[in-house]
Design a protein. Structure first.
Length: 245
């Protein structure tokens, strides 16, 4: 379970986090649902998330991360950008864009907000990902990408960590994805991070479940996750979009 897997040649969907556990908390249910549909899904952590107060060895955190990925049924790649010193830079954008050019995802999920009173890496990761999605498609710049072929990513969605200060409800271009079948997998994946969420932080699980329940209820689901589309979401099948058939 804890062994890193070998990602396939191509990943349909890649979620990007600053640290191992960001993607699980923000969109773990969505990733588990998609993986269960047979879609190839990957998580890229820009850093290994260490050091943190509760973890004695970065290897433990990486092992937790791979166990969490296995729980969700997704592949995982941990890049070696520096935790706590993560900055949106040319080099960071190139490092992530190279992964996009290698794995050629159709859809990228990413952070998109500041997390005041918590790690500023999240906001930097958001900007790095936006930059890398753009860099992935740029021609006549092959020398920066080890001559990897350009790749156009069709869609980008933002996920949400729901820190206390950012609850703002579901608004324009946001939608709720039904994660009811995967709520337990999501929580189990977060529980894999024993170093980050010891018993004293048990409230995190209650909070994650409660938020998923409240968000899901706004769309008539038992549990849901909010996703924000970078572009307006169109429909060419209104009855299906509105779940009327
Ligand atoms: Zn984080």
């Amino acid at each position: 379970m804890n062994k890193p897997d070998t990602p396939p040649k191509q990943l349909d969907i890649i979620a990007v986090g600053a640290h191992p556990d960001d993607c699980e908390i923000g969109c773990g249910g969505t990733l588990a649902v998609l993986a269960a549909q047979g879609i190839s899904v990957g998580i890229i952590d820009l850093t290994d998330g260490e050091p943190t107060p509760g973890c004695d060895d970065p290897k433990i955190r990486v092992a937790e991360a791979h166990a969490a990925a296995a729980t969700l049924g997704v592949h995982r790649i941990v890049l070696d950008l520096p935790n706590r010193r993560l900055f949106d830079s040319f080099e960071a954008r190139i490092a992530l864009a190279k992964q996009f050019r290698i794995f050629r995802p159709k859809l990228v999920l990413s952070l998109n907000h500041k997390t005041p009173m918590a790690s500023p890496d999240h906001w930097q990761a958001s900007q790095i990902t936006d930059g890398a999605v753009f860099y992935s498609r740029l021609s006549k710049w092959d020398q920066y990408f080890d001559d990897l072929p350009v790749h156009v990513i069709s869609r980008q969605l933002y996920y949400h960590l729901f820190f206390e200060d950012e609850w703002s409800g579901v608004g324009a271009k946001q939608f709720v994805h039904d994660i009811t079948p995967a709520i337990e997998s999501k929580l189990e994946a977060i529980r894999c991070y024993a170093t980050q969420f010891p018993p004293a932080k048990d409230y995190v699980y209650h909070r994650v479940r409660s938020i998923a329940g409240a968000v899901g209820a706004t769309a008539g689901f038992e549990y849901g996750e909010v996703l924000t589309s970078v572009r307006a979401i169109g429909s060419n099948d209104l009855m299906t979009t509105l779940q009327l058939n």
